[in-house]
Design a protein around this ligand. Structure first.
Ligand code: FUB
Ligand code: ZN
Length: 673
């Protein structure tokens, strides 16, 4: 039962996104990413590393048929391989075995999730038919006992759940659930959902606190939040209990992963052995975000989902601590998280190097998951502000403006030469890639973008919350209120004007409108007769709306210079440029090479000038600044002379639009003149 400040996302079937910015992004996902990914899952992309994802499912179906026809005489092949990736001898002609990353099944689950969301906005019988056929294959790969992971179905079922730390079976369960729920919600078809429930039931029978059950927990989190979703859809208590068990077991002693991997010994301190998986301490005692960043924010999202349901104050307090630790000490201005490529991980407070940043696209998507769940518990604009920061900066930077290439890593400063010659920066790419062997980010982007409505709006019995200003039409036919077609128009992220119109009389209810933290004032009109209250960064407006009522909000989006806490050593003496929720950057294609020579005049005004990037009109910001003229021409060191500089007009572009005009230098932080 939700209390009156808790809320839940609207179903995507109740929202029709119609937005100058987001409709285009969603169309890119629908037209480019989803079909491309389907080809990739089937190893049909010329020149791209094969995925083997559908190969594995189809092979598992064949082996299951054999298993049935041969009854008990069937012998499982023994699981002979180790490591995270399985490579066939002939990559183009894999034999009937498992290939690819150990978590390859999840690529299909993320794809079907994006398909489900996309179908709610754009019915597409052809795509649905492809999806149904694929679902049939995936469901037929399931074993009779409910187990479903092709890695072990093909590799030897006698070894299932023996390497929870590395082998992602529970991660695949989580993605299966997320995909199945999304497809069910969109189409009403429950074939995949029943399969997900059967696998979840098998896991419920296998894991738990009881004597004789396995006391392990996922090596890569996501099952926790996914099980909560399954619990919400089915109402089955056992899924909530399993999610709670996975949280409660994590980090307890003796460490499960030590028992599972005695070969690793215990000589290294507990933290070093268990940070990566956030398994160093029981979750309620964890103080700071550690380890693999995607794993971390997926865990915290699961903790928030369980805390919301159970009201557990210690779990909520841990979520708040971990949230604050991230956004106050470990997050880039772009909403990127994970400062090092070593373990794709968090490092320590204020360690935010710009040029070696990892800032994986998936990690910022996970930060959005966490933020939305915190908002569901406590509607505070600080959560929505950071959700918006991650969205309009790192998340969008993950995809090219034409939807055809992707970044996995999202640095804040790039010198293309360094990315090729300096091994410390090999993880950084200066051009987006068509696809990745480990293809976690593009499908994650597809599912996030096509479900943007569920981040923008949540509701409870009395209130409709608007967390992100994403335009669309909300129609509710069920629940305590029914609206037919409230229309929200928004110019975000470049224009702060928003209008909300009511096409018919609506019984009294409350609209909670977020007041973004980046703007210090706002105006609102059309509130006559409404009860108004400002709380925690939301404007609560209660009224029985009449037909054609219109509320207009305006959030000024002045360009702003931002300073960084000096404990971030990299950014001392520098500023970043933002406008509304968008962080800007310099590219050498506009400003000439050697960007560190540039400095910005922090006393000067910025001028907005529209430019075209990859065929798209984008507001750039032009700010007076300087280019240093060095006396060290051809020499490494020269005697000091007072600095000389020339005046230049610096052109800043939105960070997420960088690397759309060929390979070039980029920098977010710029020296202050
Ligand atoms: O391990 C599965 C996914 O692959 C992670 O979430 C990503 O960070 C990548 O390592
Ligand atoms: Zn990723």
């Amino acid at each position: 039962m939700e209390n009156n400040c808790q809320s839940h996302p609207l179903s995507l079937r109740e929202i029709q996104i119609q937005d100058g910015f987001w409709t285009k992004e969603m169309e890119l996902v629908r037209r480019e990413v989803i079909p491309y990914q389907w080809e990739a899952l089937n190893d049909r992309v010329p020149g791209a590393a094969p995925s083997y994802c559908m190969h594995n499912f189809k092979t598992a179906v064949k082996k299951n048929a054999l298993r049935k026809s041969q009854g008990s005489a069937f012998r499982e092949p023994s699981f002979s391989k180790n490591g995270w990736f399985f490579q066939p001898k002939d990559p183009q002609h894999p034999d009937e075995d498992f290939y690819g990353f150990v978590f390859q099944d999840s690529d299909f689950y993320k794809w079907i999730e994006a398909v489900g969301y996309s179908l709610t906005q754009h019915p597409d019988p052809q795509l649905e038919a492809i999806a149904d056929e694929a679902i049939e294959i995936v469901c037929s790969a399931q074993l009779e006992n409910g187990y479903l992971d092709t890695l072990y179905i093909l590799g030897g079922t006698d070894k299932i759940f023996t390497n929870l730390r590395d082998h992602h079976e529970l991660y695949c369960l989580g993605h299966l659930i997320e995909g199945a729920v999304a497809y069910y919600d969109a189409t009403g078809k429950d074939r995949l959902l029943r399969t997900a429930c059967r696998y979840a039931d098998f896991v419920c029978e296998t894991f738990g606190p009881e004597e004789g059950k396995c006391h392990g927990y996922p090596g890569h989190e996501i099952a926790e939040m996914a099980l909560m979703r399954l619990y919400e859809v089915t109402g089955e208590d056992r899924y909530l209990k399993l999610a709670e068990f996975f949280l409660d077991a994590r980090g307890t002693r003796p460490y499960y992963f030590d028992r599972e991997h005695p070969e690793n010994g215990t000589a290294r301190p507990d933290e070093l052995r268990h940070f990566y998986h956030q398994a160093h301490l029981p979750v309620r005692q964890q103080e700071g975000a550690v380890g693999h960043a995607v794993r971390a924010v997926y865990l915290y999202s699961g903790m928030a989902s369980v805390a919301k349901q159970t009201g557990d104050p210690a779990l909520l307090a841990a979520c708040e601590r971990l949230w604050n630790d991230i956004v106050q000490k470990k997050m880039y201005i772009t909403g990127g998280i994970g400062s090092t490529h070593l373990g794709e991980a968090f490092t320590f407070a204020y360690d935010l190097p710009n040029d070696t940043a990892y800032a994986e696209t998936c990690a910022s998507i996970g930060l959005m998951f966490f933020a939305r769940r915190m908002l569901e518990m406590t509607p505070k604009a600080c959560y929505a502000d950071e959700m918006e920061r991650a969205l309009y900066n790192t998340v969008l930077s993950g995809m090219a403006l034409d939807g055809k290439s992707f970044f996995y890593v999202n640095p804040l400063e790039v010198d293309p030469e360094a990315t090729k010659k300096d091994e410390r920066k090999f993880h950084v790419k200066s051009v987006r890639q068509k696809w990745f062997g480990c293809a976690c980010c593009p499908p994650n982007l597809a599912r996030l973008i096509s479900s943007i409505g569920s981040y923008a709006y949540t509701e409870n019995d009395s209130t409709l919350f608007v967390h992100l200003y994403v335009g669309g039409q909300i129609t509710k036919q069920t629940g305590p209120r029914s609206f037919s077609g409230i229309v929200i128009r928004s110019g975000f992220p470049y224009d702060g004007n928003v209008s909300i119109t009511f096409p018919e009389d609506t019984p009294s209810f409350t609209l909670a409108l977020r007041l973004p933290g980046w703007c210090s004032s706002y105006t609102v009109t059309g509130t006559k007769g409404a009860v108004l209250q400002e709380k925690e960064g939301y404007l609560y407006l209660t009224k029985a709306f009449s037909k054609n009522d219109e509320i207009n909000l305006s959030f000024p989006m002045e360009p702003r210079l931002v300073k960084c806490n000096p404990l971030v050593r990299e950014n001392v003496g520098k500023v970043a440029v933002t406008r509304g929720p968008v962080v800007y950057c310099l590219e050498s294609v506009d400003n000439g090479s050697n960007l560190p020579l540039l400095s910005v005049d922090s006393t000067a005004d910025a001028r907005t000038e529209e430019i075209t990037i990859a065929g798209e009109a984008v507001p750039s910001l032009v700010i007076p600044g300087f280019r240093e003229i060095s006396s060290a021409q051809g020499q490494l060191y020269v005697p000091y002379t007072p600095p000389k500089r020339e005046s230049v007009a610096l052109r800043f572009i939105p960070y997420y639009t960088w690397a759309n005009r060929g390979e070039n230098e980029m920098s977010v932080w710029v020296r202050e003149a």
